[in-house]
Write a protein that binds this ligand. Structure first.
Ligand SMILES: Nc1nc2c(c(=O)[nH]1)N[C@H]1C(S)=C(S)[C@@H](COP(=O)(O)O)O[C@H]1N2
Ligand SMILES: [Mo]
Length: 248
């Protein structure tokens, strides 16, 4: 049977690949219709998923003395929208991070609420696809904590990020969303996150190339399938012909 595979189906099939290995399910439809986290939600309980995730490796963390004196910027350095400019003009006091989608309790979080959550600080190397890398210290709340506060529904599989510069958006799967070093960073090198690096809050996805670390995050939406993402805006990476999974 020959069928035409759309780019998106191809991508979601790829991301679901390891689920295929785990289930050993016979003769899946092609293109595969994976329904769960890596396509195996019906087979894997949450505790098994947690066990698998506990084995995840951490990206290398560095010493304070390794922090780059110059950390380049890439892409947007100042979102132009009126709403961002207004938020910036009062130090983000009225700014809110929206968390919604497949959650029990949608959240609208102020920067102070985010700062009141348990924080993680990590010194990591950022590698940009354009060929530079730099080491910086990031402080923020683990994304897993925010998702836990919101209470993810069982069907949750991917997390989608929208940014204040609307042309940038991305999605990560639960392996990266729940990874210990995946944080919503509001601090850099001991101070507030500078605007050019994504203030008030940027994502850090430390095991993938820099383009997955979305700056200026304004909305987080939990979805069960990449097809559910608004206007098909799965990832800017795809628009640029980068890999959706930017593992390093
Ligand atoms: N919202 C948004 N996020 C973004 C970008 C962007 O232009 N807009 N650029 C990406 C790229 S390609 C890289 S390498 C890093 C750069 O982060 P930096 O400017 O803090 O060095 O942010 C990523 N996240
Ligand atoms: Mo980049």
């Amino acid at each position: 049977m020959k069928r035409i595979i759309t780019r998106r189906q191809f991508i979601s099939g790829l991301t679901a690949g390891s689920g295929l290995l785990l289930t050993g399910c016979n003769e899946p439809d092609f293109p595969p219709n994976f329904n769960g986290i890596f396509g195996v939600s019906d087979y894997l309980t949450m505790s098994v998923q947690r066990f698998l995730m506990s084995e995840q490796t951490l990206a290398r963390e560095y010493q304070a003395s390794d922090i780059s004196t110059h950390f380049p910027v890439n892409g947007t350095v100042m979102p132009e929208s009126d709403s961002y400019q207004r938020a910036l003009s009062n130090q983000f006091q009225d700014w809110r991070l929206e968390v919604g989608g497949l959650v029990e309790r949608p959240l609208s979080l102020s920067i102070d609420q985010l700062k009141s959550y348990p924080a993680r600080t990590q010194i990591t190397q950022h590698s940009c696809e354009a060929g530079w890398s730099a080491i910086g210290e990031w402080t923020g709340v683990p994304l897993s904590h925010v998702l836990q506060q919101a209470g993810m529904k069982q069907e949750a599989r991917y997390v989608h990020f929208e940014c204040e510069d609307d042309h940038w958006y991305d999605t990560i799967d639960m392996f990266d969303a729940l990874h210990a070093q995946t944080i919503l960073a509001y601090g850099m090198n001991g101070g507030d996150l500078p605007v050019k690096h994504g203030a008030p809050v940027r994502l850090r996805v430390e095991r993938q190339l820099g383009y997955k670390s979305t700056k200026f995050v304004k909305r987080i939406t939990v979805v069960d399938s990449l097809d559910k993402i608004k206007d098909g805006k799965i990832s800017t990476a795809i628009d640029f012909n980068f890999a959706w999974y930017g593992g390093i």
